[in-house]
Ligand binder design. Structure first.
Ligand SMILES: [Ca+2]
Ligand SMILES: [Ca+2]
Ligand SMILES: [Ca+2]
Ligand SMILES: [Ca+2]
Length: 230
């Protein structure tokens, strides 16, 4: 009787390894990442589908305040700065100077302790970006300036924040100096405010990093590589 031969097709092994890696990648995509704006390197301000600015009512009221410090009403008809306003031509008669940016992530899931905010910003070449700051979680009633956390952009940058300075900052919401996680989870939203000569390309909220994702992905990659070497 002839022995049966078991033939292993290298292609089928590769397909299996690929499927395994894909399953593990599936674990990674369990992260909830919410993107505001589009990652277009400060492209046009008029991409309405992805660049729509959303603000909670009290925060929006404060952004369009009149009187002292109310730049948006004084210079921009009460409108908040849109995403991607890094060019003077993108800001009407007063250009993109003295224009305050605000965005609210609303209806949030519960954030885990490792939740983080990433924001890409650029100092504009109009007026004075060097004194600008980012602040998180507005707590006022629409008339007063009050946030749970804030930092100058120069501090985040580790060097002066000037015209043309461009950076992506990561702010860990449940750690160290910020630690506003409980407040965000209690309220279910997160306000992001950026002063007033700095443009915002996009903001990303990474809400639920999945523990062990990196090692699983690494394992998937190793399996695929071992198979390929045969
Ligand atoms: Ca632009
Ligand atoms: Ca200014
Ligand atoms: Ca300024
Ligand atoms: Ca953008």
């Amino acid at each position: 009787m002839q022995n049966a031969r078991i033939v292993t097709n290298p292609k089928s092994i590769l397909i299996l390894a690929g499927a395994l890696a894909a399953c593990m990648t599936g674990v990674a995509t369990a992260n909830t990442t919410i993107l505001a704006g589009d990652m277009d390197n400060f492209g046009n301000t008029n991409n309405a589908r992805v660049d729509t600015v959303v603000t909670r009512r009290a925060f929006g009221t404060w952004l369009s305040r009149s009187g002292a410090g109310g730049n948006n009403t004084a210079f921009h008809g009460g409108l908040s700065m849109p995403f991607d306003a890094d060019q003077f031509s993108e800001g009407g008669s007063n250009g993109n100077s003295n224009w305050e940016f605000g965005y609210t992530f609303i209806s949030l899931p519960m954030l885990t302790k490792d939740a983080e905010l990433r924001i890409r910003v650029k100092g504009n070449n109009s007026d004075i970006p060097s004194n600008d700051a980012i602040e998180l979680q507005y707590t006022g009633d629409g008339t007063n300036s009050s946030f749970l956390w804030g930092s100058s952009l120069a501090t985040l940058n580790g060097s002066p924040w000037n015209s043309g300075s461009t950076a992506t900052f990561t702010i860990k919401l449940g750690a160290g100096g910020a630690n506003i996680l409980n407040a965000i989870n209690t309220r279910g939203y997160l306000d992001v405010y950026v002063e007033d000569d700095t443009a915002v390309d996009w903001i990303e909220l990474n809400t639920v990093p999945t523990p062990g994702t990196a090692s699983l992905l690494g394992l998937g990659g190793m399996v695929a590589m071992r198979r390929r070497r045969r």
